[in-house]
Design a protein around this ligand. Structure first.
Ligand code: PMP
Length: 453
């Protein structure tokens, strides 16, 4: 049986086969376009991750609006994936669409600060409580740049990350903890550098392990999400983040919080909600409503350190930044999204809807006697196949079941509910409706019946 529940592996296989057939019946046009696209795109998709959906082909998108998407077969979906967080605040919010039309006429990129710069700086400072900011184009880049600045400021080489972390395609962070040793992630392609030389991985929520690693005095930066969201979901234990910040201060290590996903917690992210004081804060993906853009903020002391490091270096390439970062397009999108889309009212709605979803899932888990649990970061929920919320990534990994996840997701997709691939994440946005939650719960209940739970 699976995860000590009444669901058998054999039943999962049978349901999986049925759902595959059902997908194929329902989606001839997506399948056809996928076959054609395969002639010119690797795996038939422009980004190979798009092949990770559980369906025989990914849905080929027709349109995405608010909390709904439609596919080229003319079917509509309640979207709880929301672009794997890129559309956390809804697809194509109206103020952003209007702004994009105007920006398309008035200039996209010119290597000049634009008229929105002052307002964006003020808004970011107000929202996240950090006075200084720089832009990047992706959250991966923002994290990469924070790591470089931290190394340049401190003169130290090492980065500490937590086991199970994901911060984008940032080589320094793509390490795992295997039998107590930091190891390059074995799924990496084309990685030839020894990542273990300058990266250290320790278990999340293990302050003793953090202190021991920092005591060597060679760690420039601790980079972490306030709660891990990329290995299932692992919340910090009470006091862990405060102890982490104190240990960093004690050992002269800088602390960066990556809020790219945890922005779901509340307006101003987890950092504001919990009154944390990091040296750096990173946010990407949804921060400009889906237009490629990321931001990183830092304290006045860090800004002084940056200037000093830059002045001490030879003139020329800093190795930090990309040409389209902070373009007019990004700034306009960021301005309108921060002012009109990422609002306290938007959070109030999304979190209210997520409350209903969490409650419905918990009732279902209880009534079926399933050893599962729901973990929560505001508008973001994770359904995990374990009775208690995991405390480390290793515990979260032990609760994973790829076959069951894929079968549930495919069954839900066939019934009109879209969940993110990779894990059991459900994200509510400002446009998500209570009716969509009711449909998700009804579809989930139907799948549990199919699975004999
Ligand atoms: N940080 C976190 C916490 C993430 O989850 C991700 C992507 N899943 C990133 C950074 C990188 O984002 P991007 O792929 O947009 O660069």
């Amino acid at each position: 049986t699976i995860a000590a529940s009444s669901i058998s592996a054999q039943r999962v296989k049978q349901v999986w086969q049925r759902e595959i057939a059902r997908f194929n019946d329902l989606h001839p046009e997506s399948l056809r376009q996928h076959r054609l696209a395969s002639q010119h795109f690797l795996y038939g998709v422009p980004l190979h991750w798009m092949q990770d959906w559980p369906s025989p082909s990914p849905l080929f998108l027709k349109e995405a609006q608010g909390s709904r998407v439609s596919c080229v077969d003319g079917l509509e979906y309640d979207d709880f994936c929301l672009g794997d967080t890129g559309a956390m605040f809804g697809h194509t919010p109206a103020p952003l669409s209007a702004m994009l039309a105007e920006t398309a006429r008035t200039g996209l990129t010119a290597m000049l600060p634009s008229a929105k710069t002052v307002a964006v700086g003020e808004r970011l400072a107000q929202m996240f409580g950090l006075p200084f900011w720089q832009l990047a184009t992706t959250a991966s880049d923002a994290n990469r740049f924070v790591i470089r600045w931290a190394r340049a400021i401190t003169g130290r080489s090492k980065v500490l990350v937590f086991d199970g972390c994901y911060h984008g395609t940032v080589d320094d962070t793509l390490v795992d903890l295997v039998n107590g040793k930091t190891t390059a992630r074995d799924s990496l392609l084309g990685q030839v550098y020894d990542l273990t030389q300058h990266s250290v991985s320790v278990p999340f929520n293990d302050i003793a392990a953090v202190r021991q690693a920092l005591a060597q005095g060679d760690v420039a930066l601790v980079l972490t999400e306030p709660a891990l969201t990329n290995c299932g979901m692992v919340l910090p234990q009470p006091g862990f983040l405060e102890e982490l910040a104190a240990a960093c201060r004690q050992h002269g290590t800088l602390l960066a919080l990556d809020e790219t996903h945890t922005l779901s917690t509340a307006w101003g992210g987890y950092t504001r909600a919990w009154g944390l004081n990091p040296d750096f804060l990173v946010a990407g993906k949804a921060i400009a409503g889906g237009v490629p853009c990321a931001v990183y903020g830092f304290t006045a002391e860090i800004a002084r350190g940056m200037r000093a490091a830059k002045q001490a270096a030879a003139p020329g390439h800093s190795g930090i930044g990309t040409t389209l970062s902070g373009s007019q397009l990004a700034m306009q999108a960021l301005a309108v999204t921060l002012e009109q889309v990422i609002t306290p009212a938007a959070y109030e709605h999304a979190i209210g809807v997520a409350n209903g979803l969490a409650q419905g899932l918990e009732e279902m888990i209880h009534s079926h006697g399933l050893p599962w649990s729901v973990t929560r970061l505001g508008a973001r929920l994770e359904l995990q196949f374990c009775t208690c919320a995991p405390v480390t990534a290793a515990q979260a990994a032990a609760a994973e079941n790829a076959e069951l996840t894929a079968t549930l997701h495919l069954g839900l997709l066939n019934r009109g509910t879209l969940l993110t691939p990779f894990h059991n994440m459900m994200l509510a946005g400002p446009a998500t409706g209570h009716g969509q939650v009711a449909r998700l719960l009804a579809n989930m209940a139907e799948m549990l019946t199919e699975l004999g739970a």
